[in-house]
Every structure is written in C-alpha cells, then in structure tokens.
Unconditional design. Structure first.
Length: 561
C-alpha cells in the first residue's frame, strides 16, 4: 500500500521504512499500533506527536490503532483524565474503533502470567523495603546484589503471591520481582519489580484488586494480547526494551510486538514533564490544565489552535532518533498558516484613543463595506459603521514621530481601513497626567474606500472602530509561558522562577466593531494588524465575547524580550 509520504514524493522516516519493509516481506499483513496514555494528567503537545505517529501510520497502511489506557496506578488516576484524553484524541481527528481499551481489562491475565513466571522460577516475592531494593540495585558503575529472598521455592513464592492478592499484607511489605540478573549493565534488568501492593480504589475495577502490575511488565503483555505489530515509544524507553523482550520471550507468547523508539518532542519556552505541569496547576501558577498558555492539547485548543495546525506541526518536525529542541516559532507558524486562510478579518482597538473628525457631519452614520478576507472574495463582506468620533490604537499616533513612522501625527495623513483618508489637525492633552486624550482630524470626503482620486500616495493604513457604535470586549493577550528558551537548563534555578510575568495580559477596555457580538464560542478571527484571536469556548457567550490571542501576525518574540 502506498503511504502518504510516498505519494507526496517525500522519503519515509525510519519507522515508516521499517513498517513498509515488514508489510512488503509478509512479516505482517496488517499494521496494528497503539497509543497508551496513563490517565494521570492531561495530554500535551508531546503526546500529540505520538498520537499523530501511531494513528497516522495505522491510517496510511490500512491498519488500526488502539487507544489503551495504562490504568495500573489507581492512586494517581481519575476518570476525568480518561475523558479528557478521549476528547483530545477525537479533536485531533483520530478514531480508535468501537471502544477504548484499558490495561485493567487484562488484570486477570496479567496475574496468571505473573504466576507462570513464578512457576518457571523467573519471578519471586521479595520483602525488602523500597529503600533496600534501591540500595541492592547498585549503580551504573557497580553491580547490584541479590535479595536474600531471591531463592525462595516456587511453592513459597506462589503462596506469598496469592496472599498478596488476597490483601493479607500491607503496602510496601511485599513485591513480586522478575528474576533476571543483578549484575546486568542495564539496571532495568536487575530483578525489576513487576507487582506491588496498592490498597486504593480503582476507577474501573473498584476494590477488586489490591495488587497492581508495573508499567514495564504490563505494557509488553498488553501489546501482545492486542496483537500489536509495532510498539512505538520515545527514547527514554530504549533501555527498557530488553525487559520488554525478556517478559515475552520468557512466557513464549504467541505474539511478540517489535518496540521501536523515536525522539520525544522538546519545544522551546515550555516544559514537557507531566510532573512539572501538575506542579504549575496545583500551585495555581496557571489557571488549570486548559489554561491557554499551557502546551496541553486542551490549552492549545482553548487558545485557538486547530487540529490541522497540530497535525501539520507534527508532520513538519518529522520523526528522528536524536533528541533536539524545536523552536516555538515552528508551531506558531503552522497556526498562522492555517488561520491566514480560514479566519475572517475584523477590527478591534485594544488601547483606544478618541479621534474626532471635525468636518464630518454630527450624527451621521455611514456603513462601510469591509471584506471579510482580502484573498478570498467568497467569504463576502460586512458593513462597519463610520461616525464622526472614532477610536484608534494609542500607538498609532505620535506627537513627534520619527521619519519612517507611517501612522498618524502632526502634518501626517493616513488611510482609515475601508473608509477615508484623514489628516491631523490638533490634539488635547490632560493637564495633570500629560496623557493625550483626543485627536482632532479632518477627512477628505472624496476618498471613500481609502483611495485618493488625485492619485496622492499615503503610506499608512490604520484600523479603527466607531466610538458610538463599537462594543466593549474582553481580550486576553497570551504569550509564551516562560521567558527563556530552556526553563530547565539551569539546574540551580527553579523552573518556576523562569516563568514569563507578561504571559497573560487582560485588556478589559478593548473596543470592537459590532459584528463581534455575533461570534460563537471557539470562532476564530484575525484582528487586522493585531493577530489571530479565538472566542474562548469556556467563558465566551454570543453577545459577550471573551477573546484569546492565539498568535501574533508575525513572530515578534525576539523584539519584545
């Protein structure tokens, strides 16, 4: 089967190359992958890369991808995380079949497999404390030493394991360990724990189980039970692959998936650790998991990112074997490219200053034709009210402008977008604050639409809204959450101290053209000259929009730092 990359003339990445060879050789007749999140937090942009890879490969090869929750630690899991993960995967545009799967579906089989390992003397019950197990494990340069419980008889181990299951022992008092090699240079092979006692309520199995399998043991067997052909995971699991294979080989399972590792996503100006994201949420450094500054999928969605922009981002960065840091600008460019085509244009003034057109008739209202998209006439046009008193951006006027300043100022003429040419006359300054409060201008009535019939050239075009007809809106200007490219680079500085204090600025006095009152939650628009914005799908209402800035029109981060 021809893959998307082949049809588009691009070379396959190394994972797709392996899968193509397996299909061509007949090793597999159908590709089955899986996305196996732990339901202990919200998904982030790094998970999006894995989602796009696993579901993407399945779609490209006519295969299937399972959504399987690794729900083996009830103390940290919650059904709300399960539902949010399902929603995120669907929102990205992927489907996993009739039902999602769960590692807890396999608890009875996993227990029997563990008993089978005991019966062939490849697992034993250990009563060392967690600290003692760590001490016995050794270091990267020193071998570990065997547990004094390692050579118990098969019968004794089976009895103790059954008693663990029945709830006879306290948490931390007994564990089941694989019997491999305490001198292995790979510490993951030094008799790893494969079962522990946890007397917590499970969101699916309730209180049926008091022992739970560990991830490395559970994962490979779940893959096997689902007939996964290729188990794709990030590079931190490369050293765990020998254990993955050992479990399956020891049990002589009928299916043995191939684990393949790829480089995880590292993105500038953010952190990817779920533990650190949780710390920001619990410490109220952000406004929850879906805070639009967070690089969680729910946060990106609320900020105004589209599924297509995230899929295209994952496609652009590709799949590799070496760790690297992707610049945030790559992600931002993808959403700009998407919204540039699809987002209708509107006008909004974030920092209003009043302009009074002295020679415009008092009380007159004109309806100016404004294109909804300059490159797409099919999107039609709207009518924008024009009156004697307007609002423009405060920084679109300078009392003493430099030579290359092409906006409004003394002896300057500018074009009002979709309207007229206006020329500066005077301005009024507040005596106490020294702040300019209003600007007086005249307009040329022959320039309706912005063109001068005498052919004179005007370099500056600015946006505006009618002071009488504009509607107040709340606008939130979101920026990068951290002020440095790598918040974790300096180990002597808490990553929280690297947060950008200007990552969220709330503008409560913005004035917008009346058509914004028609926005529905999650609608996306471009404010002319200001950037792309989204009506917040949590707080925005029709007639009372709350706008989140998705991204600026260009990468202005370097200039603003």
């Amino acid at each position: 089967m021809e893959t998307r990359e082949e049809s588009e003339g691009r070379p396959l990445d190394f994972i797709r190359q392996i899968i193509a060879e397996d299909l061509q050789s007949g090793k597999h007749h159908r590709t089955i992958t899986r996305f196996p999140p732990e339901p202990n937090g919200f998904l982030h942009i790094g998970h999006a890369k894995s989602i796009c890879l696993n579901f993407g490969i399945a779609g490209e090869t006519g295969g299937a991808c399972n959504l399987r929750f690794d729900d083996t630690n009830p103390s940290k899991e919650d059904v709300s995380y399960v539902e949010s993960i399902k929603e995120d995967v669907k929102w990205l545009g992927f489907h996993w079949g009739k039902e999602a799967l769960y590692a807890s579906d396999y608890f009875p089989q996993l227990y029997e497999f563990a008993a089978a390992l005991i019966k062939i003397d490849k697992a034993y019950v250990c009563q060392l404390s967690p600290d003692e197990i760590r001490q016995y494990r050794g270091t990267l340069t020193e071998p570990g030493k065997e547990s004094p419980y390692r050579n118990r008889s098969v019968a004794e181990n089976l009895d103790l394991f059954e008693r663990m299951k029945s709830g006879e022992f306290a948490e931390g008092s007994h564990v089941l360990r694989a019997k491999i090699d305490m001198t292995s240079p790979n510490v993951n092979m030094r008799d790893p724990v494969i079962y522990r006692i946890l007397k917590d309520h499970h969101h699916r199995t309730a209180d049926t189980w008091v022992i739970y399998p560990m991830y490395d043991y559970t994962h490979c067997l779940s893959d096997m039970l689902e007939n996964i052909t290729h188990s794709l995971c990030t590079l931190e699991f490369e050293d765990h692959r020998p254990l993955y294979d050992w479990v399956l080989d020891s049990l002589n399972t009928p299916c043995h998936p191939r684990q393949i590792e790829f480089a995880r996503l590292n993105l500038s100006y953010t952190v990817m650790s779920k533990r650190k994201l949780l710390k920001m949420v619990m410490g109220k450094y952000v406004d929850g998991w879906d805070d639009p500054r967070m690089l969680t999928i729910s946060g990106l969605r609320r900020r105004g990112y589209t599924p297509a922009s995230l899929r295209n981002f994952c496609k652009t960065i590709g799949i590799g074997k070496s760790e690297s840091r992707i610049d945030m600008g790559v992600l931002e460019n993808e959403i700009r490219s998407d919204l540039n085509v699809s987002a209708p244009r509107r006008m909004c003034v974030l920092d209003p200053i009043k302009v009074i057109i002295d020679n415009y008739p008092v009380g007159q209202v004109e309806e100016m034709a404004a294109m909804n998209h300059p490159q797409n006439p099919k999107m039609g046009e709207r009518r924008v009210p024009f009156t004697r008193e307007l609002y423009i951006e405060r920084d679109d006027f300078m009392e003493d402008p430099p030579k290359k300043y092409h906006r409004l100022g003394p002896d300057r003429e500018v074009r009002l977008r979709f309207a007229y040419l206006i020329r500066y006359v005077s301005h009024v300054t507040d005596a106490e604050s020294g702040k300019i409060t209003e600007i007086h201008c005249t307009y040329d009535p022959e320039t309706r639409g912005g063109a001068a019939p005498d052919g004179r050239k005007v370099k500056g075009t600015i946006h505006w809204v009618s002071a009488e007809k504009a509607m107040p809106v709340t606008v939130r200007l979101f920026d990068r959450l951290f002020k440095v490219e790598d918040p974790e680079a300096d180990k002597n500085v808490d990553f929280l101290d690297q947060m950008n204090p200007h990552s969220k600025i709330v503008v409560s006095n913005a004035m917008a053209e009346p058509s914004l009152m028609e926005l529905h939650p999650d609608d996306k628009i471009q404010f002319e000259r200001l950037g792309y914005f989204c009506a917040d799908h949590v707080e925005s209402l029709i007639g009372r929009p709350v706008l989140n800035r998705t991204v600026t029109l260009k990468d202005s981060w370097g200039a603003n730092k």
